[in-house]
Design a protein around this ligand. Structure first.
Ligand SMILES: [Zn+2]
Length: 126
């Protein structure tokens, strides 16, 4: 009797794992599809929008003459070579999902991932 119960519990646990794995997988695909652009803001103004499917790197001149390099690499975005004092933006690491962002407070630079409906900036305003 006890064995039967354990077996049933094991099946239930396994089922739960499979379902949550499937859900995770589906959400992952959805969200990844969604994250289409990295919008770059300096002092609250959008200066660039980078497509995540194009590998690139751009230098952004932030507030008070600071600079950050924003790299797009295989759908992921990260900051490097920032000359801010805290380097928190570099330490944030890679982002790729809609709603995720990298903030460089000293330079007032924000990189935010937005979906396909994101406001497209085709011309660069500097
Ligand atoms: Zn920084």
């Amino acid at each position: 009797m006890e064995n039967k119960k354990i077996k049933r519990d094991a099946v239930l646990v396994l089922l739960c794992i499979i379902i949550s794995a499937a859900v995770y997988f589906i959400i992952n695909i959805y969200v990844k599809k969604d994250g289409a652009y990295a919008v770059v803001k300096v002092d609250g103004e959008i200066i660039r929008s980078l497509e995540l499917n194009k590998n690139t790197s751009v230098i952004v001149h932030g507030y008070q003459g600071g600079s950050n390099i924003i790299v797009v690499d295989n759908g992921q975005v990260y900051m490097t070579d920032a000359d801010c004092p805290d380097k928190l933006c570099e330490r944030t690491g890679r982002i790729s999902r809609t709603g995720e962002s990298i903030v460089c407070l000293p330079h007032r630079v924000v990189v935010e991932i937005q979906g396909n409906t994101a406001e497209r900036i085709d011309s660069v305003v500097q």
